[in-house]
Design a protein around this ligand. Structure first.
Ligand SMILES: [Zn+2]
Length: 238
């Protein structure tokens, strides 16, 4: 039994039915015998479908960005600040699953000679432990409602299956958390907003690293402000 998917299937079939009814010739002036009565019934069906609470309640996706060993515990980019948000991220995941939402974990994954290593030191190379989710989150991948999405650039929508997932599961809004706030969270949010998806940032479950030329508190503050004011994301500090 997969409750989230079953409800999404129901939602998708309802959306499909509403679409067919809206484009039905009866609604565009063709009126065969008895058409008056049918027209009223069809309009009633459309109204009920579009107002269903399930349509808005069941279509949120939680995107958890790059909670991997390579950013939290091991290697050149591991950061205690990123590790510190793990409990808040775990709460986000537990609440999403309890609400029947799907969860998508992104995982930064590079080939050995990736061009990104001209910008950042080598990290999260395919097949290494750095590329894995941290042990606390790894078992969640066994669940039907949880997906893993490997990506090689900051945005989770660049050359990945993510857009297909959004359409296939009828997702109409995204909640996002993870690391780093100013890099992969921000660029993923930007690409979602470019596609007009409403995005809510779970601010307490985001974080970034501290280092030379990258003061974590100031960068976090800038990124959160940019997410709200420039990209139009909603902020949730709960
Ligand atoms: Zn990377």
């Amino acid at each position: 039994m997969r409750p989230a998917l079953d409800k999404l299937s129901l939602l998708q079939s309802r959306q499909g039915r509403a679409h067919r009814l809206r484009t039905h010739p009866l609604l565009f002036g063709e009126r065969p015998r008895g058409g008056h009565i049918q027209h009223r019934l069809i309009n009633l069906s459309v109204r009920v479908d579009l107002d269903s609470p399930e349509m808005t309640a069941m279509a949120e996706l939680l995107v958890v960005v790059d909670m991997q060993n390579g950013f939290l515990r091991e290697g050149n980019l591991a950061s205690d600040r990123c590790l510190a948000v793990l409990p808040a991220v775990r709460r986000e995941v537990d609440e999403a699953l309890a609400a029947g939402h799907q969860v998508l974990f992104t995982a930064d994954t590079h080939e050995i000679d990736d061009a990104e290593f001209a910008v950042f030191p080598e990290h999260c190379v395919r097949g290494t432990r750095e590329a894995d989710l941290v042990d606390e989150l790894l078992p969640l991948l066994a669940r039907d409602e949880v997906l893993l999405l490997r990506k090689r650039r900051y945005s989770a929508l660049f050359e990945t299956e993510m857009e297909g997932h959004l359409h296939r599961f009828g997702i109409d809004s995204v909640r996002i958390c993870g690391v780093c706030t100013d890099i992969c969270v921000l660029h993923t949010t930007a690409d979602l907003r470019n596609r007009d998806f409403p995005v809510t940032v779970a601010v307490q479950a985001t974080g970034t690293f501290d280092g030379p030329g990258h003061p974590a508190d100031a960068v976090q503050e800038f990124a959160v402000r940019h997410l709200r004011r420039v990209l139009g994301a909603s902020l949730d500090y709960g």
